[in-house]
Every structure is written in structure tokens, then in C-alpha cells.
Design a protein around this ligand. Structure first.
Ligand code: HEC
Length: 118
């Protein structure tokens, strides 16, 4: 097959679509995700990385499975206001509602990437 300019154009178009659909796969790079990661690392990781004090572990689906059937709003409220061993706002009163919310979303995103947020 000889490549003329039309073929090349079509090829480029196909490539473009391929790249675009790849980019549309859920690559969590939104601002909320980045903020969530930063807050998580700063305020939540020390308990949720390894399960300190019985904290459910990030990325470990089993340790989250029985929690509020993963109703995001409930989990976030618990993160905000505290719940049993979980201190309100991760124990840091300087964190805003937004901070706690995006950090909790980050945990859920890392643990259940396929979940639908509510
Ligand atoms: C001092 C340790 C500690 C820190 C810091 C901490 N957590 Fe937790 N977290 C826990 C523990 C322990 C639990 C489990 C509570 C229980 O069920 O007894 C928990 C539970 C949770 C839950 C599930 C609540 C539910 O309804 O089951 C969420 C969501 C959560 N934490 C989010 C966060 C976020 C977001 C941060 C940071 C802003 C954070 N945690 C910081 C200890 C911590």
C-alpha cells in the first residue's frame, strides 16, 4: 500500500482517537484528587496506611468492606465528625471540610477505583 496524504491523515485521526480514549480512562488527576492525596499524606496516612488503631487500610478492600456499604456521604461525615476510633478531621482541627472530604474521596478512589461516587 502506498501512503498518500489522505491515508496519512486518516491514520493520524485514528491515532488521535486512540490516544483520546486512553486519556478518558479513569486517570485520577483532577484537582480534588491531588488535593486529597496531599491531605491524606499529611493527615491520614499515619493511621490509614497500616491500620493504626484499627483504621481501615487504604487500598485494602477487605478492611473497608463492612463500612456503611460504602455510602460515600456517610463515610465522609464520619471522617469529618469522628467515628469510634476515628478522630474528627483526622485529629487536626485546622483541616477544612473540603480537606477532609477530598482526603476521604482519595482513600475511596485508591481502594475502590471502579466505584461510582454519590
Ligand atoms: C489517629 C488515627 C487516624 C487518623 C489520623 C485518621 N483516621 Fe480515619 N479512622 C481511624 C480509625 C481507627 C478508624 C476506624 C473507626 C472504627 O470503625 O472504629 C477510621 C475510619 C475512617 C473512615 C471510615 C468511617 C466509617 O464510617 O467506617 C474514614 C472515611 C476515615 N477514617 C477517613 C479519614 C481521613 C480522611 C483522615 C485524614 C483527614 C483520617 N481518617 C485520619 C483512625 C484515623
Amino acid at each position: 500500500m502506498r501512503l498518500n496524504i489522505r491515508h496519512t491523515a486518516v491514520l493520524l485521526l485514528v491515532l488521535l482517537f486512540a490516544v483520546e480514549s486512553l486519556a478518558q480512562q479513569k486517570v485520577p488527576t483532577s484537582q480534588r484528587y491531588q488535593d486529597g492525596k496531599a491531605i491524606y499524606d499529611y493527615a491520614c496516612a499515619r493511621c490509614h496506611d497500616y491500620g493504626e488503631g484499627g483504621a481501615p487500610i487504604i487500598g485494602d478492600r477487605g478492611s473497608w468492606s463492612l463500612r456503611s456499604s460504602l455510602w460515600e456521604a456517610v463515610l465522609i461525615e464520619h471522617a469529618d465528625e469522628g467515628y469510634l476510633g476515628m478522630p474528627a478531621s483526622g485529629g487536626d482541627a485546622r483541616l477544612s471540610d473540603y480537606d477532609v472530604e477530598v482526603a476521604a474521596e482519595y482513600i475511596l478512589e485508591r481502594t475502590f477505583p471502579e466505584r461510582k461516587s454519590d
